[in-house]
Ligand binder design. Structure first.
Ligand code: SF4
Length: 191
């Protein structure tokens, strides 16, 4: 259908929105726009795990037909005095931490000399970690420094905690690492 400029202006905004005067019906697409993706969702408060700023997040979830909880949206919490609803680009992508199709959901292992990564179980991974920690600790444990002082420390392993650690997790991790004799402890929040 040909619509002249004069005819287009005479139809006016109502006619354009309805669309029928132009030969097509927009009412369906307008309805779709009005259906909110987070309609009826449960709102939960959380924290961005990426850095020490500690921006507050709101997560929207809904029970799916199969009984699983679906994460629909994560955004900055406007009530937070820290970020007042804003997020930096890193925090704004935090939804993808949970739902990205490219997320690695299982440990991968590349054997010495191998070119490919293979999927392994968590049991294999934890066992391997424990063995490697023990081997590194045994190989690098220092009982005395250059002046003969007893130090009993492990200089061959470093530990980096995550910014999303709670106080209790931080305490537990520090206790464990100090118990192993580690002296190089760092926190991702300071990086
Ligand atoms: S990474 Fe960005 S959004 Fe997350 S806490 Fe830090 S500043 Fe805030």
């Amino acid at each position: 259908m040909e619509v002249s400029r004069r005819r287009f202006l005479s139809i006016g905004p109502a006619g354009v929105l309805g669309g029928s005067a132009l030969g097509f019906d927009l009412t369906e697409s307008i309805k779709v726009k009005q259906r909110l993706r987070i309609e009826g969702a449960t709102l939960s408060h959380s924290l961005c795990p990426y850095c020490a700023v500690g921006c507050s997040l709101i997560a929207y979830t809904r029970k799916a037909a199969n009984g699983r909880t679906e994460l629909l949206q994560i955004e900055g919490d406007p009530d937070s005095p820290v970020n007042e609803g804003t997020l930096c680009p890193k925090g704004a992508t935090s939804l993808q931490l949970a739902v990205s199709g490219r997320r690695v959901a299982q440990p991968l292992y590349r054997a010495p000399g191998a070119a490919e990564w293979t999927k392994v179980s968590w049991e294999f991974t934890l066992d391997r970690l424990a063995r490697n920690i023990k081997a590194s600790r045994d190989a690098t444990f220092v009982t005395q420094d250059a002046e003969g002082n007893v130090v009993n420390r492990c200089e061959g392993i470093a530990f980096a905690g995550g910014a999303a650690f709670s106080s209790e997790e931080g305490y537990l991790a520090t206790k464990l690492m100090r118990g192993l004799g580690l002296v190089h402890l760092e926190q991702q929040a300071r990086v």
